[in-house]
Design a protein around this ligand. Sequence first.
Ligand code: ATP
Ligand code: MG
Length: 421
Amino acid sequence: MQLVVHYHEIALKGKNRDMFVKRLIANLRKAFQDIGRIAVRSLFGRIVFRVDCEDLEEIDRRMSGVFGVANYSAVREIEQNFDAIAQAAWEVCRESGAKTFVVRCSRPDKSFPMRSLDVEREVGAYVLKCASAERYPLRVSLKEAEMTVRIEIVNRMALVSGAKRLGPGGLPVGTGGRLVGMLSSGFDSPVACWNMMKRGAEVVMCHFHSYPFTNRASLDNCIRIAEILTRYQFRSRLYLVGFAPVQEELLSLTPADMRMILYRRSMVRIAEKIARRVGAEALVTGESLGQVASQTLTNLAVIDDACHLPMLRPLIGADKEEIMTKARQIGTYETSSLPYEDCCSLMLSQHPVTRAELDSVLRIEHALKLEELEERVIGEAEVLQLSWHGNGECARKTLQEPNYGEADNYVNLGSCACSLD
Ligand code: ATP
Ligand code: MG
């Protein structure tokens, strides 16, 4: 099938345009990589694209993962000849089964002798004539047509297309820099990472877990979520960081009601170190104002203090219902619903502080050996590379083998488990 893909012009001003279009074409190729021959050309602000697939539903599914596609439609590419154009327009109308239609023409290639308005009027008349000859009930409706036949006169050829199908919008992944996404296996953080991918960022994902002190559920859920998100950026790197050594150290001195904030600050420092290694320029989290105690403005500021990179929180103003609806749309809802033991809930008070004081936090941290441990857990993390294969499958490659140690080594984690308020 031959398709014409439109992208939003707005992002394309100036020098970035070529980079944007090249990336969009590369991403289209990745989304359709397993479908056979793909031919792609960029023509006057649109992309013409031929794939060995006639199944529009399958094409829809794949297009929904290519950010930057505003809309697309099946297209006929024909010579720049009025009779050929008019005949193609009639065929598009007849095949659609519509009862009302309108013709719209754009003519970036000014070498074609007719003006756009004349093409619209004369092609419309031709279509009506053919319809009446075949006793097909069809009329023109300028305002509420069921079918818009689009004619684009480009580069010494003409493109004739029918119904527009909506793409996901946004900007092509790879045009917006790189981020480290802090990914739990809850509902929020996958949606936050997806939001940033939609703005063109590539997200390196980072998950903290307490294995072997807990079971592997949060790791396995997270790997699955990362695979689902890889559909939108085609290749992902996932850091699975064993957080138990840091928790073990924090537990030696920290009051239970401050642990959440200390865990978060440590996670953010580790994520920042990973960001520096992979060339990422900011962190992204799924925090939403007031959702839990660690997400008050006071506590968010104390968390921010631990990081020198921008902390992006695309969901800060969203409520849970909106986030769940989005999670359903992007495909992470079911995996996020699965049970897991969260490393953050380990050894936490039922009543964490809602207004942490930075001075007390810094005093506690100063008395601990966190810096060294935070460096160590990155070296011991499991690092995976996930590659999207187009057909729903993801290939997994281990870039770094984990070294998580034995559960028995965690004396504080073991003994604190039953001593909470
Ligand atoms: P989510 O917010 O993803 O639904 P959650 O509600 O269990 O998970 P919160 O307590 O809301 O987690 O955590 C706030 C944010 O901190 C998360 O959105 C995520 O970005 C980050 N975060 C929390 N736990 C982890 C973890 N185990 N690994 C990586 N990041 C985490
Ligand atoms: Mg949350």
